[in-house]
Design a protein around this ligand. Structure first.
Ligand SMILES: NC(=O)c1ccc[n+]([C@@H]2O[C@H](COP(=O)([O-])OP(=O)(O)OC[C@H]3O[C@@H](n4cnc5c(N)ncnc54)[C@H](O)[C@@H]3O)[C@@H](O)[C@H]2O)c1
Length: 328
């Protein structure tokens, strides 16, 4: 990466985007954010994220929806970004089953508009946030990027795979340099309120039983936000025309192990409420990160226990109207 570059981050007010923005500002880069502050979770939570980002330096925020190409073009004309990190998306597996059309319009349509503008404005690197959900019910573990056995089982996973395919077409046709990153269960400060760690801790602290869907034996490869940010930044300098990387921790834990670890860390005991498994949930995510280690120098070092402690410390410190608004 040159000493200072012009970055455009979509979804920059969200969990991962706000951390990427903060890291880039700390390195002295020029940072513009595109975000519609959509209603998936409260805008107040996203504004609180921005307050934390603002401590690292000045940035420009464009409240623009990635489904609106004319407004997006205006942003590209003003910013002329050298690098685009495209994180804006409808995230969340289960809501995608209820509202597949919204997921398709944002995650596929929005990605197409971003690629089209990146091509037109000769962006040097386009980084796309894909997901472990593209693997779906593949039987080959750990999940490896060269697997042809990609079987998403939710509209969310399917839209992320479609996004990757569009990225490939644009790299092939137009010479756009694109890196797709399959992110695995990211957690840490500012984590989305709909994610499992946030919900479990809210239940633990309120003395409510923790709902477990299925038998609790399903495994997730939880990956700490700081490690993910390091992987995203390293991918910006990756020279290939088109490439795909897993960014995970490669140490899956079961949901029951997660609950026990949270009990140990908080010193609180909980009751479990077992409920039927939910459609769209995969039984295991497990990243093979050999390729990212070799080509990006990606080296996730945060243990789940360390990361959870940092998340808890942040959560107590940030116990703000924004979190209350998120129903936590
Ligand atoms: N958090 C994870 O564990 C995880 C795992 C795999 C992939 N990802 C991907 O990483 C990216 C960031 O995820 P996150 O956890 O930070 O989610 P997030 O919801 O916190 O951030 C997404 C941001 O995108 C914005 N956004 C949504 N729709 C938009 C639209 N139409 N136009 C402009 N902005 C819009 C939202 O307002 C939000 O600020 C997403 O693409 C997600 O699919 C996340």
């Amino acid at each position: 990466m040159p000493l200072v570059d012009r970055f455009l981050i979509t979804g920059g007010c969200g969990f991962i985007g706000s951390h990427v923005a903060e890291a880039l500002l700390q390195q002295g880069h020029s940072v513009a954010l595109v975000d519609s502050l959509d209603s998936y979770y409260p805008a107040a939570t996203k504004r609180a994220n921005l307050e934390e980002v603002g401590r690292a330096g000045g940035f420009r925020l464009y409240e623009v929806d990635v489904r609106h190409p004319v407004a997006l073009r205006g942003v590209f004309e003003k910013e002329r970004p050298a690098i685009v990190i495209h994180l804006a998306a409808r995230a969340g597996v289960r809501p995608s089953i209820r509202r597949p059309a919204v997921y398709a319009s944002v995650n596929v349509g929005g990605t197409l508009h971003m690629l089209e503008l990146a091509r037109a404005f000769r962006v040097k690197k386009f980084v796309f946030a894909s997901s472990s959900s593209v693997y779906g019910v593949t039987s080959r573990v750990p999940f490896c990027e060269d697997s042809a056995d990609l079987k998403p089982i939710s509209p969310y996973g399917a839209t992320k795979l479609a996004g990757e395919m569009l990225c490939h077409a644009y790299a092939h046709l137009h010479g756009l340099s694109v890196t797709c990153l399959r992110l695995f269960s990211v957690y840490g400060p500012r984590q989305r309120p709909d994610l499992v760690i946030h919900k479990f801790i809210a239940s633990l602290e309120a003395g409510r039983p923790i709902p477990i869907f299925g038998d609790g034996a399903s495994g997730r490869d939880f990956t700490y936000i700081k490690d993910i940010v390091a992987g995203i930044l390293a991918s910006v300098s990756h020279g290939a025309q088109y490439d795909v990387f897993n960014l995970g921790n490669s140490r899956p834990v079961t949901i029951l192990e997660l609950v026990r670890l949270l009990e140990q860390i908080t010193g609180k005991r909980t009751r479990l409420r077992f409920l039927p498994a939910r459609a769209g949930d995969v039984t295991l995510t497990w990243a093979d990160i050999t390729k990212a280690r070799r080509l990006l120098g990606y080296d996730p070092r945060t243990s789940l226990s360390q990361g959870l402690k940092r998340f808890l410390a942040w959560r107590h410190h940030a116990k703000s109207p924004a979190l209350e608004g998120a129903g936590l």
